[in-house]
Design a protein around this ligand. Sequence first.
Ligand code: EZ4
Ligand code: CO
Length: 401
Amino acid sequence: MRIRDAKVVICCPGRNFVTLKIQTDDGIYGLGDATLNGRELAVAAYLTEHVVPCLIGKDASRTEDIWQYLYRGGYWRRGPVTMTAIAAVDVALWDIKAKALQTPLYNLLGGRVRDGVMVYGHANGRDIDEAADEVGKYLSQGYLAVRAQCGIPGLPTTYGVSKDKMFYEPAEAGLPVENSWSTEKYLGHVPKLFERLRSTYGDEVHLLHDGHHRMTPIQAAHLGKQLEPYRLFWLEDAVTAELQEGFRIIRQHTTTPLAVGEVFDTVWDTKTLISEQLIDYLRMSLRGGGITALRKIASFADIYHVQMGSHGATDLSPVTMGAALHFDLSISNFGVQEYMHHSPETLEVFPHAYSFVKGYMHPGDRPGHGVDLDESLAAKFPYQRAYLPVNRKLDGTLWNW
Ligand code: EZ4
Ligand code: CO
């Protein structure tokens, strides 16, 4: 089973997606997601110019060897562009392997260890009333876990708050828009949101919140303490995690469970966080090196009681969603999967076997990861430059978005 051809397909059915399609000489193809929000064309060029020529003629079944070839063999290691490209190749090759063996991908990863994958939805509102109503809508759709974000009085925009509720997408066409931010205003307001949600919806629902990298460790420690009475499932991205030991400060002060990892690329981003038990959930997506890498990272996390909580934003294509569900179904230390709704156009471009029933998702039982690409439909949605916002404090200082 040799790799005969590989190509990159870029499309924008509502937002940009980069897809790698690898074809073998016995007629099987596999798909991998190579989308890196706001840097899409860099990964596309990395693949087309530097990876695809090396793949032609290789034995497609050698997923581990090809991973090592691209990681060690590239000399320049790590980084989001490199790891997104390697992930795309890896997921496409696992898709091929499962299709060749005519079995759903989860069977190659040890088989199912649970019946379904619990997911959380994104509820948001301009104020606490609206956010509370939105949480109610998710609960009435059967969700067992909901992330809640709301507008902050005195700030014109807030992370996670959008006009278009179910299809929230932070990247906007054109050059980056600028948001403004005040952590002081935020810290005073967020506990009121969760006080309301617990008093309205009771103790059963799992509530989550995303700090989106904006606090310092001591500010995050303070927020974690304030939120303890409302028993969050997790507080996500409380601080940026380049300085992993910064999480020691948060951990010393609060029992609110901590989650981080959606921008991580390799196991090296997690080493201190996991081995010192500074976090409870690792939120890396398959973008960090694909199934080959994430299986090892999940095993490392398992030793330290850290559970996996896959990033599942709309800037990852349905290919990542489908493959992630196979991964989630097969690892023992799984927590919850993020589930943001793709646009109807995106779901048409990527026909898929996965489904949502009563708070759980299932990848389906088609051979492979179960997500396809309608190339002729994709061609009708050409690339459109789009970026995530940038963020400034009220005095104009550039801050983390
Ligand atoms: O803002 O993936 O938890 N989810 C998130 C996402 C991120 C986007 C950035 O591209 O934080 O919605
Ligand atoms: Co997040």
